[in-house]
Design a protein around this ligand. Structure first.
Ligand SMILES: C[S@@+](CC[C@H](N)C(=O)[O-])C[C@H]1O[C@@H](n2cnc3c(N)ncnc32)[C@H](O)[C@@H]1O
Length: 257
């Protein structure tokens, strides 16, 4: 299981420049969040805010923005990116399972699968209880995670699958990332390993991490038990309703069961 230090977070989230470089392709959610911030803002809290990838489109919509993030390295990088927004952008070091900012927000979001770092239902409920503290009557909580796909969960053990390709910002080399996974249906934990290689050096970096696979029925139950009612459930960033074919599960919830 991944080791998460409350000082600095998970090993996969220590190199902010690499994170940005390896997620160059993740752009399909940017206008979605910009639109939601404009609609549900103006006071926006992003949990597990990372390197500020989503902060930029959110701030573009004219809102104020608070980002909570555990990784000091990512926070430093995000602070540099967001400096031009002055008082409108604020970044706080914290753990989504135990945070108390003593204010409420109009929109609270957890984007790009960050909810899957809550490895047990206890952790998810602890995070949702903290989120409730930061809600007023009209607050929208929006969670974006993927729907677990059996073809992904039950790949042959040890089979390396191409995961992504990116250009190393420092060396200019092309980096190939392969992935193996081992899913435990009892705990619903998916243990992943990423292998980073260039033409010159195979496996120059190998990183292990674990994601909890949350199925839609579990999300419904957790949100309900935490005192939220689900007001929308989408399966795509274009707000198509969640269906059996959906690859994403996006929940819009409000406090009050
Ligand atoms: C997949 S990244 C998403 C980052 C950003 N929201 C984005 O869309 O690019 C997951 C983020 O969750 C953060 N994270 C993981 N566990 C956390 C926790 N318990 N508290 C706060 N942040 C956490 C990681 O450090 C990482 O920045």
């Amino acid at each position: 299981m991944s080791t998460l230090s409350t000082e600095s977070g998970l090993p996969i989230y220590q190199d902010a420049a690499r994170y940005d470089a390896e997620h160059w392709w993740k752009t399909d959610d940017l206008t979605f969040w910009e639109g939601l911030a404009g609609e549900y803002g103006p006071r926006v809290l992003e949990l597990a805010a990372g390197t500020g990838r989503l902060a930029l489109p959110i701030l573009k919509s004219g809102t104020t923005y608070t980002g909570l993030e555990i990784s000091q390295a990512f926070l430093k990088h995000a602070r540099e990116k967001l400096a031009l927004f002055g008082q409108r952008a604020c970044l706080v070091q914290g753990d989504i399972r135990d945070f108390h900012l003593d204010e409420t927000f109009d929109l609270i979001l957890i984007g790009f699968n960050a909810f899957l770092h809550l490895l047990t239902e206890e952790e998810a409920l602890a995070a949702l209880a903290c989120i409730r503290e930061h809600c007023h009557e009209g607050t929208r909580l929006v969670i974006d995670i993927f729907v677990p796909d059996p073809l992904f969960l039950y790949r042959p053990e040890g089979q390396r699958v191409p995961a992504k390709v990116y250009t190393d910002p420092q060396t200019g080399s092309m980096v190939n990332v392969e992935e193996t996974n081992l899913y435990d249906p009892d705990t619903e934990l998916n243990h992943l390993r990423w292998y980073y290689s260039t033409d010159e050096k195979k496996d120059f970096l190998v990183i292990d991490f674990t994601l909890r696979m949350y199925f839609p029925d579990t999300m419904d139950r957790l949100l309900h038990d935490a005192g939220f009612r689900v007001v929308d459930k989408w399966g795509k960033y274009d707000q198509t309703p969640l269906s059996e074919e959906s690859e994403l599960q996006i929940y819009v919830a409000q406090a009050g069961g």
